[in-house]
Design a protein around this ligand. Structure first.
Ligand code: ADP
Length: 553
């Protein structure tokens, strides 16, 4: 029994309270409680009660009295017992007024063991009155509904109890009360069920759309709004095919007859069918749909239901996995093949080499081993970023000084490349981890060189803005298409044109750069025109503006 049950609102509750109130009044009681005993109405709820004029503090007392009183049964549906607990009447309204309260206080000790006594003040005299607790067994041919417990003045028997040896009138009354209560309980179960379904509909992560038998949209849940960009009020009542004109996996429009709801209507199973649907702005996204129809008892279709699951993420992950495998296998195979080739040549017992030629081969082996080493390092770096284990040591940093030393090293390694610097004299100090920012600069400069096979001039500029310092590296290389620009900062993403694939790379450099820059509270972005060149920029917070955590990620 739940004592903390909240009074519920709604028609069914009012209906039930009115029914209980009338029943109690007809049986001459003033206050009572109906205890729902049959859980079959709602398997998820525990036994519940519906009180009528019984305040919360009186409930435990009333039900304690009930457990001590006589239990009714189908053979004896009305059980009457004297009312034992002294405190109960004081908390039941209507049975008792303030004069009685005083009188009862005086007489309480006399009331032990027998019927509870209270008093009415008539002509200045206290008239003693006894109360009794009645319990009615409410049932019908289907089974038991519950108990109606009420308190009434002793002897105030109702008309149903009088002059009827077989209690025929009382039984008739119980049958009518049971019919009313059963209706009210059914209504309550339906209200609860409706609430549950509404919550599923509203909070489902999948889009749900329902149509009537003329294929007009009658429900469009919030997930569907998020997926398609349409608002519910814009699509309600519209022909569903107008709103969702799906395409198959080859990009061809799916005609009305072949559309999921029509296929389900024709009796075909439509479960997890993959297709593309257009959002309001025309953009297509991949989905998996399931369609079904609710039919009447005569098999007439009433409502079609379309469940739409967005599988964009799933697709991206699949694509990422296959890109990962192809990129990594290519990136591993190439240096291994070169190392193996040179090493086997050098190891041939019959071969003799000029020192210079042997040296060239050994240098090539060393370079390829470095490449492998870099790849493994980047993979470890990326997995550390994923696991959130990258730590930074962020201190005030003289960026100009760092840039100059990185560029000096680069030019020693690639003397044919010219780096033009544009760094203002008074460049503000930034808050940064020196080693990590060196990696970012190194990566962006390496890319600028790698993806500019003909042009060998690179510009590196710095400028201070309000809160930040922005570093830009510009090349006149192969450039990046708009579509690729959106993706290249993700793991294992590389430009999709063939000239990129002919160059070594695992698609990890920019991913690592972005993670490092963002961990500093900065941003990284690209502006690029295909076949003309790219400008990669990143920002770092100026020292006086920075509010940085010591450990980031
Ligand atoms: P990787 O160079 O190993 O492929 P990155 O993450 O550094 O990996 O770069 C991702 C992709 O971005 C590259 O494969 C290339 O397509 C593109 N890209 C990066 N920098 C440039 C650049 N300066 N010019 C043209 N494309 C670039």
């Amino acid at each position: 029994m739940s004592w903390s049950q909240k009074q519920q609102t709604g028609d069914w509750y009012d209906q039930m309270t009115v029914l209980i109130g009338s029943a109690i009044r007809l049986l001459c009681g003033e206050a009572g409680v109906f205890v729902v005993a049959n859980e079959a109405f709602d398997p998820q709820s525990s036994p519940e009660y519906v009180p009528y004029r019984v305040p919360e503090p009186a409930l435990p007392l009333l039900l304690a009295a009930v457990s001590e009183g006589t239990r009714p049964s189908s053979a004896h549906p009305l059980a009457v017992s004297p009312l034992p607990p002294a405190g109960l009447l004081t908390v039941l309204p209507g049975l008792y007024d303030s004069d009685m309260e005083q009188a009862q206080g005086d007489e309480a000790t006399e009331a032990e063991g027998g019927a509870q006594e209270a008093g009415d003040v008539v002509h200045g005299e206290i008239v003693r009155q006894q109360f009794e607790l009645c319990s009615l067994f409410v049932h019908d041919p289907v089974g038991m509904l519950g108990y109606l417990h009420f308190v009434r003045p002793a002897g105030a028997g109702s008309c149903f109890e009088q002059h009827d040896a077989h209690q025929g009138a009382l039984r008739l009354f119980i049958a009518q009360l049971a019919a009313g209560l059963r209706g009210a309980l059914k209504a309550r179960a339906l209200v609860k069920e409706q609430g549950r379904l509404a919550a599923i509909f509203k909070y489902s992560a999948d889009g749900i759309l329902t149509v009537d038998n003329a294929l007009r949209i009658i429900d469009f849940n919030p997930a569907m709004e998020r997926l398609t960009g349409w608002r519910e009020n814009e699509v309600l009542g519209r022909f569903y095919y107008e709103v969702l004109r799906a395409r198959d996996l080859q990009g061809n429009e799916i005609g009305l007859q072949d559309s999921p709801l029509l296929q389900a209507l024709a009796g075909n199973t439509v479960a997890n069918r993959e297709m593309y649907i257009p959002a309001r702005d025309g953009q297509l996204f991949p989905v998996r749909v399931t369609a079904s129809w609710v039919r009447s008892a005569w098999g007439e279709p009433m409502n079609g239901i379309l469940n739409v699951r967005d599988i964009t993420r799933e697709r991206e992950e699949e694509e990422q996995r296959s890109t990962f495998i192809s990129v990594i296998s290519h990136e591993l195979q190439t240096p291994i093949a070169i190392i193996k080739g040179y090493a086997s040549t050098l190891a041939r017992p019959d071969a003799t080499f000029e020192p210079a030629s042997a040296h060239t081969r050994l240098v090539a082996i060393e370079e390829e081993a470095d490449r492998l080493n870099r790849l493994v390092g980047n993979l470890l770096y990326a997995s550390r970023i994923e696991a959130g284990g990258l730590q930074m040591e962020i201190v005030p940093l003289d960026l100009a000084n760092l840039i100059e030393s990185v560029v000096r090293r680069l030019q020693a390694k690639a003397p044919d490349v010219t780096v033009r610097l544009d760094i203002p004299d008074n460049l503000p100090t930034v808050m940064a981890d020196r080693d990590r920012i060196e990696e970012v600069l190194q990566n962006l400069l390496d890319n600028a060189i790698k993806y500019s096979p003909r042009e060998r001039v690179i510009w590196l500029a710095c400028r201070a803005t309000g809160d930040e310092v922005v570093v830009s590296i510009t090349d006149q290389g192969m450039g990046i298409s708009l579509r690729d620009q959106e993706q290249i900062f993700q793991r294992f993403r590389r430009g999709r044109d063939s000239s990129t694939y002919s160059l070594p790379g695992a698609g990890l450099g920019l991913y690592i750069c972005r993670a490092i820059v963002e961990a500093h509270g900065g941003h990284i972005w690209v502006e690029s025109t295909l076949h003309q060149g790219s400008k990669f920029s990143f920002s770092l917070p100026r020292v006086e503006k920075a509010q940085l955590p010591m450990v980031v990620f």
